[in-house]
Write a protein that binds this ligand. Structure first.
Ligand code: FDA
Length: 299
């Protein structure tokens, strides 16, 4: 990220939420479940599948976590009712991982049980490093009981290769991404190319194990590298999928879709859009220009 970008994004934190919302709305389907349903219908009509995410993280009370869980159950019902090609992604702290691990486990069990009944699938998102070990531990416990749950691993973490070796012992369904949180250099690769190299290295390990993987990136280097690997390993369309975030690099998204790879878009919605959108803005190389223009009313 350029110095100008990071300066502008630091400045955005001081703007009122109503102003931030102007830039944030590009990355979220809307505030209501129906908004996510409408976006998913549009994606499905182009042959693109989706994963829905109820925005909300670092919940601090059991009441809030219960509300989030109930909204997750409503998402599964809406997917079924509207006959959508979509599944559900969940941030562990939104269902109470930071309150009580057993409480989180019970909430996940309830949602995954409902998903199973509807022949659907739940992906456990990965948050920052204080939660990695706990998330994997509970995921493994859920995996003993359910076959419709998957996990996310982050290529910037040095531990990820070892986690893959461990999770490859069971039939694990992965999403592999670079990772978005700010982590210390002791545990995370900091150089862009090192993260990319680890991504490709780990991806190969997953695919050699014949595990299903969501290749979650907008980085042309990684998309091209994945295309090469898919060709080299002679993979079938059913062995993997690409995944991208709603509102990011739509041209690349349409290209991957046109190249006949399965493509899933992460569709977040909800009233708690602030933290998620701030992370997306920090990743957007053009954000400084957009914000400056908008503030100066240049377009
Ligand atoms: P990179 O950030 O280098 O982006 C590549 C290019 O894409 C950029 O140069 C830019 O052109 C464009 N781009 C990227 N972001 C943009 C933006 N916001 N606006 C405009 N252009 C943009 N992380 C995590 O820690 N835990 C998780 O559970 C998940 N889950 C997840 C699901 C899915 C489906 C995706 C695609 C990503 C995640 N992530 C995540 C986020 C992930 O870790 C990572 O931060 C982003 O995908 C950005 O990394 P890229 O690989 O796209 O590369």
């Amino acid at each position: 990220m350029s110095i100008l970008n990071s300066t502008i994004v630091s400045f955005v934190k001081f703007l009122p939420q109503s102003v931030v919302h102007i830039f944030a709305k590009k990355y979220i389907a809307g505030e209501e479940l129906q908004d996510a349903v409408n976006v998913t219908k549009q994606l499905n009509s182009k042959g693109i599948v989706a994963t829905l995410d109820v925005l909300g993280e670092a919940i601090t009370t059991k009441e809030e976590a219960k509300e989030e869980k109930e909204e997750c159950l409503r998402v599964l019902e809406a997917i079924k009712k509207n006959n959508l090609d979509a599944n559900l992604s969940i941030k562990p702290t939104s269902l109470g991982l930071n309150i009580d691990t057993d409480y989180f486990y019970q909430n996940m069990r309830e949602v995954i049980t409902k998903a199973k009944e509807y022949n659907n699938f739940v992906r456990v998102d990965m948050e920052d490093s204080p939660y990695t070990t706990k998330t994997i531990k509970i995921f493994k416990k859920l995996q003993q009981e359910f076959d419709n749950v998957g996990i996310v691993l982050q290529a910037y973490l040095k531990r990820t290769e070892v986690d893959v070796e461990d999770l490859n012992k069971t039939k694990t369904n992965y999403r592999l991404c670079k990772g978005i949180y700010v982590e210390p250099a002791e545990i995370a690769f900091k150089e862009k190319q090192k993260v990319r190299d680890n991504f490709m290295h780990v991806l190969e390990k997953i695919l050699l194990n014949k595990s299903y993987v969501g290749i979650a990136t907008h980085d042309d280097f990684l998309v091209d590298g994945s295309y090469d690997l898919i060709k080299k390993m002679n993979l079938n369309k059913e062995d993997y999928e690409f995944q991208m975030l709603y509102g990011v690099k739509e041209k690349l998204r349409d290209k991957i879709n046109a190249d006949d790879h399965k493509l899933r878009v992460y569709v977040p919605y909800g009233k708690k859009w602030y933290a998620y959108s701030m992370r997306r803005m920090q990743e957007n190389p053009e954000i400084a220009g957009h914000i400056t223009k908008s503030i100066l009313k240049l377009d």
